[in-house]
Design a binder for this molecule. Structure first.
Ligand SMILES: [Zn+2]
Ligand SMILES: [Zn+2]
Length: 136
C-alpha cells in the first residue's frame, strides 16, 4: 500500500494498512530529533508494517513517563518509525519517509505550546497544548 525509507535506502518499511491517524507534533524532542520545527507522523496498526533492513533504537522517556522507542538508520541517521510502549499495537511512521506529496494532511496537532509561531496549519486541524496517547 505504501513504502517508507530512510534517506540512504538501507532501512525500509512495507506498509499494508491504511494510516489510522496523521498528526503533527511540535514537542522539543521532535524538534531536536528531526532538526526542524515539528514532526509529521502517521500511525498504523503494527501488524500492517514490515521492517526491512537494520535499525538502531533510541529509547526516549516521554512526558507521561512511558517509553517511546525510536528506530533510525545507523548509516544515514533518518528516523523512519517508532513504537510507543503505551500502545504496542501501533507503529508511528515519519510522513517524510513516505516521500509522497499526496499523503493525507494531518488532522491533529499536539504540543502546540512549543509550536514555532510562524507555523500555521489548516483551520480544521484539532489542536492540543500538550500531548496525547500514543506519544510521538
Ligand atoms: Zn539510511
Ligand atoms: Zn513530539
Amino acid at each position: 500500500m505504501a513504502d517508507a525509507q530512510c534517506v540512504c535506502g538501507r532501512l525500509r518499511l512495507t506498509i499494508r494498512a491504511p494510516a489510522q491517524l496523521v498528526a503533527v507534533c511540535h514537542c522539543l524532542a521532535c524538534q531536536r530529533r528531526t532538526g526542524t520545527t515539528f514532526s509529521v507522523n502517521a500511525f498504523y496498526a503494527a501488524d500492517g508494517v514490515e521492517v526491512l533492513g537494520i535499525a538502531s533504537e533510541f529509547i526516549r522517556v516521554a512526558e507521561s513517563g512511558r517509553k517511546v522507542r525510536m528506530y533510525f538508520c545507523p548509516t544515514c541517521g533518518s528516523t523512519v518509525y517508532w513504537k510507543p510502549d503505551a500502545d504496542p499495537a501501533i507503529v508511528g511512521v515519519a510522513v517524510g519517509a513516505l516521500g509522497n506529496p499526496n499523503f493525507p494532511a494531518p488532522s491533529l496537532s499536539v504540543f502546540e505550546q512549543y509550536r514555532h509561531r510562524w507555523v500555521t496549519l489548516a483551520e480544521e486541524v484539532e489542536r492540543y497544548p500538550q500531548g496525547l496517547i500514543p506519544e510521538q
